[in-house]
Design a protein around this ligand. Structure first.
Ligand SMILES: Nc1nc2c(c(=O)[nH]1)N[C@H]1C(S)=C(S)[C@@H](COP(=O)(O)O)O[C@H]1N2
Ligand SMILES: [Mo]
Length: 311
């Protein structure tokens, strides 16, 4: 049996989905095999992420879709640019500066951040503001875990995030249409919500560079641009922080940017979305309130006008 389960599956594998399903079966059977002396260690399991109650049961997009159709403007604005150019990014060593209203500010290396962290697989819907969507099997941990480790001071109301600024490696940063570095922000309760993760991988492998290696935010009930990639700074602050798209075109991209089929973008409807990989003639599918996470997050916005005021 061991011979059937190859441990060298790569991104270029025949069908990424089949490879993924194989690996899941392997992981499920691994304990039994190891006990029987069949396999000495989980050599194939790269991240060994545990399943999560927060995963949805929809079938994930292929690794091919997820790694070749990207928005990462630091590497260009074409959907294929990140896959072409993000290889230039040095992701090791890496550190995140955590500062502002925290008990233990500092520059934390990736190793320190990952110390004792139990990675989970989170299969989430991912909905871009441009009205396309995917299902992504992220691997990561709750941002709340990290924030609790550094200790959030009571005055903190928001969390600000920044991407790396390194135009030598990020060729898109040599053009100044975004005020680099890319920045995003969340209200503290949004940041502490269990659905909000720092992702360090997908398909049980380390994060591909075009998807925001080595560590990026994922907030599944908000439009994709809130999920900032390749994070190097997390600041706990009192005031609503600067967010790149909100600052660039505030009329179109609100600070909250919760997925909302009832609030059109000024230039297009948000009622439906195109599932990437569905083929040219696939029907658009209805967009769900809070991207399908309404039961979990609607209470965060009670009493707020999400159409005119806090979109
Ligand atoms: N630093 C940075 N983060 C970013 C972006 C970006 O251009 N730069 N694009 C955002 C947008 S618009 C989307 S839709 C998602 C895309 O994530 P993906 O390529 O992993 O699907 O990343 C978001 N995070
Ligand atoms: Mo996006």
């Amino acid at each position: 049996m061991a011979g059937r389960w190859k441990n060298d599956l790569t991104h270029a594998d025949v069908t990424p989905k089949a490879a993924f399903l194989n690996r899941r079966q392997v992981m499920a059977g691994a304990g039994a095999l190891a006990a029987a002396g069949g396999i000495g260690g989980a050599a194939w399991a790269k991240l060994n992420a545990k399943p999560s109650q927060y995963s949805i049961s929809e079938e994930p997009n292929s690794l091919q879709d997820i790694t070749t159709y990207n928005n990462f403007y630091e590497f260009g604005t074409d959907k294929g640019d990140p896959a072409r150019h993000a290889g230039a990014l040095t992701t090791d060593p890496w550190s995140i500066t955590i500062d502002g209203l925290v008990e233990k500010p500092g520059e934390y290396s990736m190793e320190q951040i990952m110390e004792g962290v139990e990675l989970e697989e989170r299969i989430y819907r991912f909905r871009c503001v441009e009205a396309w969507s995917m299902i992504v099997p992220w691997v990561g941990f709750e941002l709340a875990d990290l924030l609790n480790r550094v200790g959030v001071k009571p005055e903190a109301k928001y969390v600000a995030f920044e991407t790396l600024l390194r135009p030598e490696e990020m060729q898109g940063q040599r053009r100044q249409f975004i005020d680099w570095p890319y920045r995003e922000g969340l209200r503290l309760d949004e940041a502490m919500h269990p659905l909000t993760i720092m992702a360090t991988g997908l398909y049980d492998e380390p994060m591909p560079k075009q998807n925001g290696a080595p560590i990026r935010l994922v907030v599944p009930w908000k439009y994709g641009f809130k999920s900032i990639k390749s994070v190097v700074r997390i600041s706990l602050v009192e005031e609503e922080p600067h967010a790149s798209w909100n600052q660039l075109i505030p009329r179109e991209y609100g600070f909250y940017s919760n997925v909302n089929p009832e609030r059109s973008h000024p230039r297009w409807s948000q009622a439906k979305e195109r599932r990437v990989g569905g083929g040219l003639f696939a029907q658009k599918i209805p967009t769900l309130m809070f991207n399908g996470y309404e039961d979990e997050v609607a209470s965060l916005y009670e009493g707020m006008d999400l159409i005119n005021e806090h979109f």
